[in-house]
Design a protein around this ligand. Structure first.
Ligand code: C5P
Length: 226
């Protein structure tokens, strides 16, 4: 499996660090493709639940991951791509807390990760790729020209997530959101398969107390230095 030759900006970090928003803006500003690798883990989890595949059945999950029928449909200016699974728009279904938690459970399995690897690498196309995930700089695109590890304190990430959920009309407490973030961090950091950690050559940006624009400016500065 060889990587393509188009340049890659790998942006890794925990959920709520601002990665999703920043990578979307970065891809738009550069005019490059965007890979939301977390969506692939979420889609695998969603497809498994819908097919009544137990989330402990590694072999069956690998089959689900390998046969995912997914399309990312671009939308008019500024909006994230619609996510289509087997012809159905699941853009919102994959964003629930349950789906995120299920994704993190199946993401600990190395064979599931392997089944999604080439699909992720296929996004590396001209003129370039902005890749958002946990292991973009360490495993999927180790040769990425720019590697950024975006982080923020768990409390700040919980506050951001809480505001998003409130705005979406979801009734939840900030303590529950913080607990969920801690559980997910713990699992992502301590798993043996592609644990969440900065690549040795990544620039670490702590977004606690920074606006999205400030984070974007720092990322753009990192890109223009190469
Ligand atoms: O980024 P997002 O919250 O959508 O990712 C959902 C889950 O998928 C993460 O908690 C993580 O366990 C897993 N994931 C991963 N590797 C990636 C992207 C996501 O293990 N590159």
């Amino acid at each position: 499996m060889s990587e393509g030759s188009a340049p890659v900006v790998a942006v890794d970090g925990p959920g709520g660090s601002g990665k999703g928003t920043v990578t979307q803006m970065l891809a738009k500003q550069l005019g490059w493709h965007l890979l939301d690798s977390g969506a692939l883990y979420r889609l695998t989890a969603l497809a498994a639940v819908r097919q009544n595949v137990p989330l402990e059945d590694e072999a069956a999950l690998v089959a689900v991951a390998a046969s995912l029928d997914v399309a990312f449909k671009p939308t008019p200016e500024g909006e994230p791509a619609r996510v289509i699974l087997a012809g159905e728009d699941v853009t919102f279904d994959i964003r629930t807390e349950t789906c995120g938690n299920n994704a993190s459970r199946i993401a600990v399995m190395q064979p599931v990760r392997d089944a999604l690897l080439q699909r992720q690498r296929d996004f590396q196309q001209a003129p370039g790729l902005v890749a958002d995930g946990r292991d973009m700089g360490t495993v999927v695109f180790p040769g990425a020209q720019v590697k950024i590890f975006l982080t923020a304190s768990a409390e700040e990430r919980a506050r951001r997530r809480f505001s998003q959920l409130k705005a979406a009309g979801v009734d939840v407490s900030i303590d529950a959101v913080l607990e969920e973030i801690r559980v997910r961090d713990e699992r992502d950091i301590n798993r043996s398969a592609a644990p969440l950690k900065p690549a040795d050559d990544a620039q670490v940006i702590d977004s606690t107390g920074l606006s999205i624009q400030e984070v974007l400016d720092r990322c753009m500065a990192a890109v223009s230095q190469t």
